[in-house]
Design a protein around this ligand. Structure first.
Ligand code: VGL
Ligand code: ZN
Length: 192
């Protein structure tokens, strides 16, 4: 079953959103088109409660600052993708009828989760269990941000021994993508 995993294609990551990823809007049409080639489409959504630990405002700090919590260092961000808000929703032009499963991540107030598989304390989001139930052993990953959530998701997928492909033209990074593609490739992913 040819499986597409769309990572965090959400309104707050679009230009003009709370945590804009350059050119992320371009991906909407690209991914609408790509979906035609897939049997199973899954999407992750960054889905934070208000005052999430990754928000600079929670700590009266600035986006880009860092904190440490229970031995884990967290980079701080503007408030983004708050559960149930328009910013957390898919962009309205994204074709969503084919998305069979949505994985919410970063839902715990005190734990960050860049990866769609595991949070920073290694709790499962349920994605791997879902893929196993569906008999999926290979995935194609697209979305944002290449250098954060896409990369973390792909590295976990490789370590779970899934055959992992990343569709270069359907990813955009916050701070560029090239170094992240190299790291993913070094971990065993196929950049296509
Ligand atoms: C992301 C930073 C904070 C992402 C999510 O989707 O790449 N980046 N939360
Ligand atoms: Zn987030």
């Amino acid at each position: 079953m040819k499986t597409l995993l769309i990572v965090d294609l959400q309104q707050d990551f679009m230009p003009g959103g709370a945590l804009p990823v350059p050119e992320a809007n371009v991906l909407i049409a690209v991914i609408n088109d790509l979906q035609k080639d897939f049997d199973l489409v899954i999407a992750s959504q960054d889905w934070h409660p208000p005052h999430h630990i990754s928000f600079a405002s929670t700590h009266h700090k600035k986006p880009g600052d860092w904190i440490e919590h229970k031995g884990v260092r967290y980079q701080l961000w503007p408030d983004h993708c708050i559960q149930g808000t328009l910013g957390a929703a898919f962009p309205s032009q994204l074709y969503t009828k084919k998305i069979k499963k949505i994985i919410h991540k970063g839902v715990h107030p005190q734990v960050e989760s860049y990866s769609a598989f595991f949070d920073a304390q290694h709790a499962s989001t349920g994605l791997f269990e879902y893929l196993k139930t569906e008999g999926v052993t290979e995935i194609f990953v697209v979305g944002v941000a290449t250098d954060y959530c896409v990369k973390a998701t792909v590295l976990d997928a490789c370590s779970l021994s899934l055959k992992t492909n990343v569709i270069r033209q359907a990813c955009r990074g916050l701070d560029g993508s090239e170094q992240a593609f190299k790291q993913m490739e070094a971990a065993g992913a196929y950049i296509c």
